[in-house]
Design a protein around this ligand. Structure first.
Ligand code: PMP
Length: 398
């Protein structure tokens, strides 16, 4: 396996680290860290404001990042809004699109969602008297088109759905969902937090109306996220935050706004973070999303094969098309197990992963999630499986 760890300074500082929590946040390569340093050492000033060369340079790099993000997902640059992260993007869509929601309207979502994907719409429903409707999941927790059709009606106004679940890792049939939703005049807001870092996502091909994702899960800095929106929708939607930089003309009792995307980006943005997001995208594009996916699947297969040979393990997603494994050690609380992983420098996640409905669907209060990215290798998996056995043997010995 090619050694990608050499690009990530954290490994030089933590020699025996087995980082298996990339679904929460990825590690950051040197080129991204260097770009943030470059901004603070050489530019340091605000964008869009200063009438001097340094500010022009900051603005140029900021807008270059917008172009790179747009190309990465096959959008136009004016369709890219920079936010604080996927949660902020998902909230922006709901809080703005709320103006077009009326009592009796229906918003479709799934039990698979991360809280940040469906809670903004639950809030909209509570405020507007609309109804949140859930696509029935199959026994193993999957979304099917057949079940989607059962809840899609002429009252459906929005479908809020993840492309890849952060607990089960399933890839949802977004393209078909968009097609069917559009036939009844509904829009589709896709949570791409777990898909964009791992697979080629083409918004034109999917024909989704919105796509939200975070920089920090795809080798970029924390604090920056992206909202893609179809331009005609972004133009008709009202801003949800008001102030500096997004205004056109402001009087005592009247105000007008810039066009999208700028009307959604008030105040000083996350300058170094946006600028360095370009380097993260260049970095993963150079490795290649197909290579990334192939490597993750190889690791998952290797890990699943090993884990299945360990007694007393309950795996909730045996599918081989995702980069994460969610499981429990029978009779051991995930947080107890996590202490053994931590002692062995194996980083995994234990809890409900900001997705209580799907955790309840699994009839659990908490699970352990091990998630891979392309910098992981077989030795990480070996350390992980050793820790699973150690945790089981230690806690079941009482
Ligand atoms: N959706 C999904 C599917 C996620 O996994 C996450 C992050 N755990 C989010 C949304 C929220 O992302 P962020 O915390 O970067 O806002």
């Amino acid at each position: 396996m090619e050694d990608y760890k050499k690009y990530f300074p954290i490994y030089a500082n933590h020699k025996d680290l087995a980082y298996l929590d990339s679904a929460a946040s990825s590690l950051k390569p040197k080129c991204v860290i260097d770009k943030i340093d470059y901004y603070y050492n050489n530019i340091c000033v605000n964008v869009n404001r200063g009438v001097y060369s340094l500010s022009y340079e900051a603005t140029d790099l900021y807008e270059e990042s917008r172009r790179v993000v747009a190309k990465f997902i096959n959008a136009k640059e004016e369709e890219i809004v920079f936010t604080r992260g996927a949660s902020a993007s998902l909230n922006l869509v709901a809080n703005s699109y709320m103006d077009f929601i009326n009592p009796g309207d229906e918003i479709i979502t799934t039990l698979q969602e991360h809280h940040s994907s469906f809670m903004p719409w639950l809030n909209v429903c509570n405020k507007k008297g609309a109804k949140l409707v859930y696509i029935p999941l199959t026994e193993d927790g999957k979304v099917t088109i057949e079940n989607f059709k059962k809840v899609l009606t002429k009252n459906t106004k929005v479908v809020a759905i993840n492309q890849v679940s952060n607990v089960l890792g399933y890839t949802n049939p977004i393209k078909e969902i968009c097609k069917l939703a559009h036939e009844v005049g509904a829009i589709v807001s896709v949570d791409g937090a777990q898909s964009v870092p791992h697979m080629k996502v083409d918004v034109k091909d999917l024909d989704c109306d919105f796509l939200s994702f975070s920089g920090h899960k795809m080798c970029g800095p924390s604090g920056v996220g992206v909202l893609y929106g179809k331009y005609n929708l972004l133009q008709k939607m009202p801003p949800v935050e008001f102030g500096g930089d997004m205004a056109q003309d402001v009087y005592e009792h009247e105000m007008t706004f810039k066009d999208a995307p700028y009307k959604f980006e008030t105040g000083t943005p996350l300058i170094s973070e946006v600028i360095a997001l370009k380097d993260a995208i260049d970095f993963i594009s150079n490795i290649g999303l197909d290579n990334i996916k192939a490597r993750e699947l190889e690791l998952k297969k290797y890990a699943l094969d090993k884990l299945k040979s360990v007694d007393g393990i309950e795996i909730y997603n045996n599918n081989l098309d995702s980069s994460l494994i969610t499981f429990n050690i029978k009779g051991v609380h995930p947080h107890d197990a996590a202490s053994i992983f931590d002692k062995n420098n194996v980083c995994i996640r234990a809890g409900f992963h900001c997705a209580q409905p799907i955790t309840r669907f699994l009839d659990q209060i908490s699970t352990i999630r091990c998630s891979f990215y392309f910098y992981n290798d077989f030795s990480d998996v070996d350390k992980f499986v050793k820790s699973v056995i150690e945790a089981r043997d230690f806690f079941l010995s009482f």
